[in-house]
Design a protein around this ligand. Structure first.
Ligand SMILES: CC(C)(COP(=O)(O)OP(=O)(O)OC[C@H]1O[C@@H](n2cnc3c(N)ncnc32)[C@H](O)[C@@H]1OP(=O)(O)O)[C@@H](O)C(=O)NCCC(=O)NCCS
Length: 182
């Protein structure tokens, strides 16, 4: 296994007849994308809420991920509209493992099964195409939506980081989840 696997940067993965995952490029960074990142409702369960995002900073981030040898940053496109992202990375080829994270920025698409379908598709790609054996992720304990998405995709809770983060002035736990290929 080596980083040659990640050279296909214009990669697209079909999720279903409406949803497409596409490696996101700088030209696709839009004002709505930046607005999602500055929207507390979207980012409150992530570390993004501590940053002020601009068109410039978002393009820089997308560029960095585009040229990274161990990250795949996909935009989630529904009928051609960019509505969020899902990232596989960092990938550790030496351990055949990777982290995964995602967000749906366009709130009208919440609760429609998009995150679940995209995560299932990314797992399939990671396991079948990249040969990875382990995928891990984490979420704030009170992020019920994300907890359910991971559970529906076959992730199991592997650990709790007690009192790990501050959420709205209260210390709360983080949950570590993993998907293991047997
Ligand atoms: C959390 C998030 C990814 C869920 O995405 P989604 O596409 O709305 O999720 P799905 O529609 O696939 O829902 C999967 C399940 O979770 C449930 N769910 C989703 N959001 C929920 C919420 N806020 N509260 C309770 N349940 C929720 C759904 O009802 C569904 O359960 P079911 O199949 O038993 O009915 C999305 O709301 C989001 O991006 N939020 C902001 C960013 C974020 O939290 N990212 C994850 C950081 S770990």
């Amino acid at each position: 296994m080596n980083t040659e696997n990640l050279k296909k940067k214009n990669m697209e993965i079909k999720v279903d007849e409406n949803i497409l995952l596409k490696i996101i490029i700088m030209e696709e960074v839009s004002d709505p994308y930046v607005q999602w990142l500055n929207d507390y409702e979207v980012t409150k369960f992530t570390e993004q809420k501590y940053l002020k995002h601009t068109l410039e900073s978002t393009k820089d981030y997308v560029k960095k991920k585009y040229y990274s040898n161990n990250d795949l940053l996909f935009g989630i496109f529904v009928k051609g509209l960019h509505i969020g992202n899902i990232k596989l990375g960092p990938i550790k080829f030496e351990h055949m493992s990777a982290e995964v994270s995602y967000f749906i920025g366009e709130k009208k698409f919440w609760g429609k099964g998009v995150a679940t379908k995209c995560l299932q598709t990314i797992i399939q790609y990671a396991v079948i195409d990249l040969g990875l054996k382990k995928i891990h992720a984490g979420y704030y304990e009170n992020n019920i939506g994300s907890a359910r998405v991971f559970q529906k995709c076959g992730f199991v809770v592997e650990g709790i980081k007690y009192s790990d983060v501050i959420f709205e002035q209260k210390r709360i736990n983080s949950v570590m989840v993993g998907y293991l290929v047997k």
